[in-house]
Write a protein that binds this ligand. Sequence first.
Ligand SMILES: [Zn+2]
Length: 412
Amino acid sequence: MNLADSIAQCVLTRYDRLPRSCKPLRRANGKEEWTVLAGIVLRKDEQLLCISLGTGVRCLPHEQLPKHGDILHDCHAEVLAKRGFRRWLYTQLESIQHSPEHAWFSACGSGRWRMHSNVKVHLYISTLPCGDASMTASALLQDPQTALIMATTGRPGIAKDWSSLHSAEEPNGLLRGRTQFNARGLRTKPGRLDAPSTSCMSCSDKIASWICTGLQGALLSRFFEPIYLSSIVIGETAQIAALGNPDSLEAMMADCQSAFNARTAIHRQLADLYDATVAFCSITYDRSRLQLKSSMSAEDIVPATEATSWIEGSEPEALYAGCRRGARPDREHALAHKKRSRLCKVSFLEAYCKLTEESSVEYHQAKQSSHAGTMAYRHAKECLRTGPFSAWLVTSEATGRFRLPPGGNNDT
Ligand SMILES: [Zn+2]
């Protein structure tokens, strides 16, 4: 088995062990749910370990951006896997201080931790991620219903309410979801074409950003040197290519190289960063839309409403509408601890505050910390946002103006 297949198999084997209640299901009306699966895998020598995985295809519309950092806005699988990896990093920090010979990290002298040089980080995705990397695939997979909406309504507008969004360029520079397959650029996430718009960037754009800034994000940059992706392993490309012509597979690889690497090549040259390797694997995920479609009619399959997060050493978490299953999203009041996901911003702030003993810091302030690691992360991000990603939609500062709710772990 080649490395790409081994990485995919590592995530799928872990996925198989999840309880049925955390997987897409057959609904009472007989319709089967499909989803996307993604995972982060660490490789040390020849050993592979799945650290986190996520399933999910939903993203809240712009109008439902959470005010308190307690609801997950973006529940696409890739984003949940990445956030799960960050959560795992927090748990490593709790044990790392007491183990000078840590399995994955060593102290690097600046109060931060560096991943061992023989450890590589891989992202597996069961299909091409939304955005630029999947434009050839989207054209091949376009269903008649979408084609009809596009033909009758033209290009749908981006979110009309721009009051809490700002971008370094006119929003016109952005593309929306699965429109304009031939165009390349920053895109918002796709949703149903007749649904309210999201203000969330596509997974292709987010992955391209992680390749340049690392997976650790702003808060954890205080504790870790950047943790870069070594490769991106993508499934079911051969099945998609079979719908097209002999050049389709090559065109999909070109989409990926363009989306993940080419757009930021100069930036990474200056920062001395390598491309992330893109590899297509031959192992398929049986709950993907295409797999279900191969044995059922399109009307009998539906996107999963729930998402799942699993992190090494923890129980899985089932998510609905950005909260833990059973919780009702409430935009006016902060969610109780037991109702919010361990992956949401306020949960991360809670872990950060515990480590820094800064219990009253705002999320936005923590990201603006003057700590050298955080500043370096910010600088890398600013280089992207003033360069190739200048049209990136940035949520206003106001959405980061939240602190830990009084009582921290309250259950009210
Ligand atoms: Zn996506």
